[in-house]
Write a protein that binds this ligand. Structure first.
Ligand SMILES: NC(=O)c1ccc[n+]([C@@H]2O[C@H](COP(=O)([O-])OP(=O)(O)OC[C@H]3O[C@@H](n4cnc5c(N)ncnc54)[C@H](O)[C@@H]3O)[C@@H](O)[C@H]2O)c1
Length: 281
């Protein structure tokens, strides 16, 4: 018996990188998982790798920023697994088209990054909330960044301005949706990963490998990149807690994690958690 036996999780952006690590962890803990991504072949192959029989892991190809596709994704999870309990909005990133200064930021790059990150989080959550209501509650975990105050110096982010703006929006979105969904018993939290070196072939690893040794050393100074598995553990921990224990939390994950302990600070009303850290203990 796993922590998530009989529970159903949708993980967007799970063809590779952190989304794949999240889907892998949820599956290992007993969840039935719908892996979703723009990259149709890659997400289908990832699902088959996890569960060759296909009974507990299925894939769904979509642009997660498209409303109709998000609705169809939730319907597919309900039809395959009987409902939806957990939505993990991992899809996003800053793409590969470089725009390091505002002068280089085209409307197209800006719109795409906002859509892939912020809009996808909105439309997938909007599609999933009614499904979670039918189950009596649920958990939504969103993905922002530890660099919410802005990057300094060399970064793997191809277009930091749009990216940080989108991720800041996701933090605000999380807080408001958490407040709005209290009566529905739906917890909404946001993870702020630090620098995570994903697997060879994934975007962040490719961008890092293209840097000079001096640039890599500068990026690594003072920090140890966390493995993607840590993010899988963190999401699994959040989704395993009662909805009202983790709701409205922003969880920074940029330090070493030896075991997971959620330390929460309640806001003055005592209703919603305002900050939390997963700490090394
Ligand atoms: N890796 C890091 O260091 C790091 C740090 C902070 C935040 N993050 C965030 O964590 C998430 C995952 O990061 P990653 O390193 O695994 O990125 P990645 O680029 O390797 O993977 C992102 C996945 O999302 C998919 N995707 C993007 N837009 C989509 C859309 N509109 N519809 C469906 N799928 C879409 C991509 O196809 C890809 O498979 C992203 O939101 C990223 O911004 C990552």
């Amino acid at each position: 018996m796993g922590v998530f036996d009989r529970r159903v999780a949708i993980v967007t952006g799970s063809a590779q990188g952190l989304g794949m690590a999240v889907a892998t962890r949820m599956h290992a803990e007993g969840a039935r998982v719908m892996m979703c991504d723009l990259q149709a072949d890659k997400v289908a192959a990832a699902a088959v790798r996890l569960d060759p029989a296909g009974a507990n892991v299925k894939s769904f190809a979509l642009d997660a920023s498209a409303s109709g596709a998000a609705t169809a994704m939730v319907a597919a999870a309900e039809s395959a697994f009987g409902g939806v309990d957990i939505l993990v909005n991992v899809a996003g990133g800053s793409g590969v088209q470089r725009a390091v200064h505002i002068d280089e930021m085209t409307d197209d790059i800006w719109d795409r990054i906002i859509a892939n990150n912020l809009r996808s989080t909105f439309v997938c959550s909007r599609a999933a909330v009614p499904a979670m209501r039918k189950r009596g509650g649920g958990t939504i975990v969103n993905f922002a960044t530890g660099s919410i105050r802005g990057f300094r110096g060399r970064t793997t982010s191809a277009a930091p301005l749009a990216y940080v703006a989108a991720k800041a929006g996701i933090i605000g979105f999380t807080n408001q949706l958490a407040a709005d969904c209290q009566d529905d018993k739906i917890g909404v939290a946001v993870i702020q990963p630090g620098f995570i070196l994903t697997e060879p072939g994934a975007r962040i690893r490719e961008l890092f490998d293209q840097m000079s040794k001096a640039e890599q050393d500068a990026m690594l100074r003072g920090r140890t990149p966390r493995p993607p598995e840590d993010i899988g553990w963190a999401v699994s921990y959040i989704a395993s807690r009662p909805w009202n224990e983790v709701t409205a939390t922003a969880i920074r994950l940029d330090g070493p994690i030896k075991s997971l302990a959620l330390q929460m600070a309640r806001d003055p009303e005592g209703q919603l958690a305002s900050t939390a850290v997963l700490s090394a203990v």
